[in-house]
Design a protein around this ligand. Structure first.
Ligand code: HEM
Ligand code: HEM
Length: 211
């Protein structure tokens, strides 16, 4: 499917679901990260917004329009690394959809956001035995998965014991890993924008790029 060309020499690249999903992720991540679990209702709803957006985006990556599809931008790590090397050297080719590195970052962010949100649900379920996914989490066998974590039964700083803090630990580590990826993401967007002489962030708002 060819990209639709407007009379202005711009082409539509990002469909509304990709764009709205992106900015929901930005607002919800900032909310979830800065609230750090309190107030719980706000933290949890921001986290669910992320989980729902990631799930929808994964589906959209299979059934959505060309530029939204994983098949359009997922490449091997070799091409992503080669693109980054060229980008730093100032000789990277411009891509209308995601570049190989942008595609790799997209997948990495969706994975770490999904793991963070799921581990958050595990944290909540272990703490309170409730929450919409508590039933699913409870199905995870005790001998398999983070709940089986038995290495450290010492009390943590909140006076809680090992089993529950395993989910919490995964949750916290995944949240911080996501934050690191976001910082790299912002650096990549800034560098690629400068090198290709275009405002990539604006394209994520309007959906259009120079043809
Ligand atoms: C919480 C912070 C953020 C998260 C979790 C995030 C996540 C993502 C994800 C998942 C994608 C892939 C889009 C898709 O195909 O659906 C993406 C792409 C993109 N994001 Fe972000 N983003 C964040 C912050 C930002 C900010 C603040 C900007 C602008 C300054 C930005 C600019 C972009 C751009 C330009 C792309 C497209 C990259 C390309 O052209 O290949 N992002 N982001
Ligand atoms: C991707 C989205 C999310 C991010 C970035 C995030 C981030 C964080 C961070 C940084 C903390 C503080 C770390 C700590 O003190 O252990 C935290 C705590 C917590 N999060 Fe999340 N979270 C997300 C989603 C969720 C979801 C979906 C839930 C529940 C359904 C949840 C439940 C909790 C709970 C209960 C705590 C408190 C843990 C405690 O101190 O006992 N989070 N989260």
């Amino acid at each position: 499917m060819a990209d639709a060309t407007h009379s202005t020499g711009m082409i539509r690249v990002w469909d509304p679901l990709v764009r709205i999903g992106h900015w929901v992720l930005v607002v919800a991540f900032a909310t979830a990260y800065l609230t750090e679990g309190e107030p719980e209702w706000l933290h949890v709803w921001a986290g669910y917004a992320i989980a729902a957006t990631v799930a929808l985006r994964l589906l959209w990556g299979v059934i959505g329009p060309q530029r939204a599809r994983f098949s359009d931008f997922v490449t091997g790590p070799g091409r992503a690394v080669a693109y980054l090397r060229d980008l730093i050297a100032g000789r990277a080719e411009r891509h209308v959809g995601h570049s190989p590195a942008g595609g790799a970052m997209t997948v990495a962010l969706l994975v770490t956001l999904g793991v963070t949100a799921f581990a958050g649900m595990g944290t909540l379920a272990a703490e309170e035995g409730e929450g919409p996914l508590a039933g699913i989490v409870a199905q995870i066998p005790e001998t398999d998965g983070p709940r089986a974590y038995t290495g450290d039964h010492d009390e943590d700083e909140h006076g809680e014991h090992g089993e529950e803090s395993a989910w919490k630990e995964v949750h916290e580590v995944a949240a911080n890993l996501t934050l690191i990826l976001i910082l790299l993401h912002l650096g990549g967007v800034a560098l690629a924008s400068a090198r290709h002489g275009e405002n990539l962030a604006r394209s994520m708002v309007t959906g259009d790029k120079r043809a």
